[in-house]
Design a protein. Structure first.
Length: 366
């Protein structure tokens, strides 16, 4: 690589830190406010009981409402919500709407119990007490994925679980800004389907931070006049920006979607987090060359190695003529592999501490 071209190395490394490795809490059992008890012992408040009739009047009736979500905080429509009373009065049932919301109107004061059920999720139970005229809002009901599945639904459930884990990954950002999508903090994360690998590559390629980082890389190249064949001025910067973005997109899709789909390998970096520092450093440095297969077994990372050489080969067609050739392709691919190894060490020891939105399950295995 030419001396001027090395000025862009630092910028590419920064981009590589987020591209190259490119649960549910128990439902809160909050103690409800005490139900107001009026009058003297043996003589209930007339407002709460409707006077001598013993039945609640309209002013004393309250309501119970809430929202049902899945572990990724997506709303659950069609969940069956049953309200029962301790006085053995008939139970009431409603279904959550498209926004996961449910509501019971005209609820008499006193203790109640909610039973929330939905296909594919474990049943949740919530107890509370509504006061006279109170609009009681239930804490967000989070339904956990069912652990018991039949043989017929195993394949579908694995795909859905992988989708939930991907959604968790897409919330991960270093310092709340830099995408950290290609790192799994769940050691036994479900293997991705080919469709999910392509969706993750696309999500990474069009993230706003990707465009900003590419712009910075193009600026560094412009300052160092590398590649010199692009010239200077706005036109030279535009060419450098297009070439740098092409490198990112082509490299991401080849090394993290196309080849992993063909060779059935997982493109993510699996955070180790345990063991001696030496073992973790060696693990991180080996990540460009060793990966987890879709079968859960560790194997040579053919996808990333082949993907990098292929991406460098394609790049040689749109780079200036004096920056082409077999030597340039080989050097470019090896530099990117080295950048990946350095980025993995950063992931292993620093990135997690700076990454927001790590899933609850991953936090539990910290």
């Amino acid at each position: 690589m030419r001396v001027a071209g090395r000025l862009a190395w630092l910028g590419r490394l920064g981009l590589c830190l987020f591209l190259c490795h490119f649960p549910a809490p128990a439902m809160a059992q909050s103690l409800p406010p005490s139900v107001a008890q009026g009058g003297q012992s043996g003589a209930p408040d007339a407002l709460a009981t409707g006077g001598s009739t013993g039945l609640p009047n309209k002013q004393s009736l309250g309501s119970v409402s809430g929202v049902v979500v899945d572990p990724s905080e997506g709303t659950v429509a069609g969940a069956q919500v049953r309200l029962t009373r301790e006085d053995q009065s008939p139970s009431e049932e409603v279904l959550s709407d498209d926004d996961g919301r449910f509501s019971f109107a005209n609820v008499a004061p006193g203790f109640f119990q909610l039973t929330i059920m939905a296909a594919g999720f474990t049943t949740q139970v919530f107890s509370g007490a509504v006061g006279p005229g109170q609009d009681y809002i239930v804490p967000q009901v989070v339904l956990a994925l069912a652990t018991q599945v039949t043989q017929v639904t195993v394949a579908l459930t694995r795909v859905e679980l992988a989708e939930v884990q991907i959604k968790d990954q897409e919330k991960q950002r270093v310092l709340g800004i830099i995408p950290n999508f290609y790192v799994s903090y769940v050691p036994d994360a479900v293997a991705l389907t080919s469709k999910q690998k392509f969706e993750l590559a696309w999500r990474s390629s069009v993230d706003p931070f990707t465009f900003v980082s590419v712009g910075a890389i193009a600026g560094i190249q412009q300052a160092g006049n590398a590649p010199s064949g692009y010239g200077q001025g706005a036109q030279g910067y535009a060419r450098r920006y297009g070439a740098s973005y092409g490198d990112v997109v082509i490299g991401t899709f080849l090394g993290s979607a196309i080849m992993p789909s063909l060779l059935k390998q997982d493109p993510r970096y699996f955070y180790k987090g345990t063991g001696s520092k030496r073992s973790r450093v060696l693990y991180a440095l080996a990540s460009p060359f060793i990966c987890k297969g879709d079968n859960g077994l560790w194997q040579p990372n053919y996808s990333y190695v082949i993907g990098n050489f292929a991406a460098a080969g394609i790049a040689s067609f749109y780079y200036p003529a004096n920056d082409r050739g077999l030597g340039w392709v080989t050097e470019t691919a090896l530099v990117r592999l080295g950048e990946n190894a350095v980025a993995s060490v950063f992931q292993e020891f620093i990135a997690r501490k700076l990454t927001a939105k790590v899933s609850n399950r991953a936090q539990a295995q910290k």
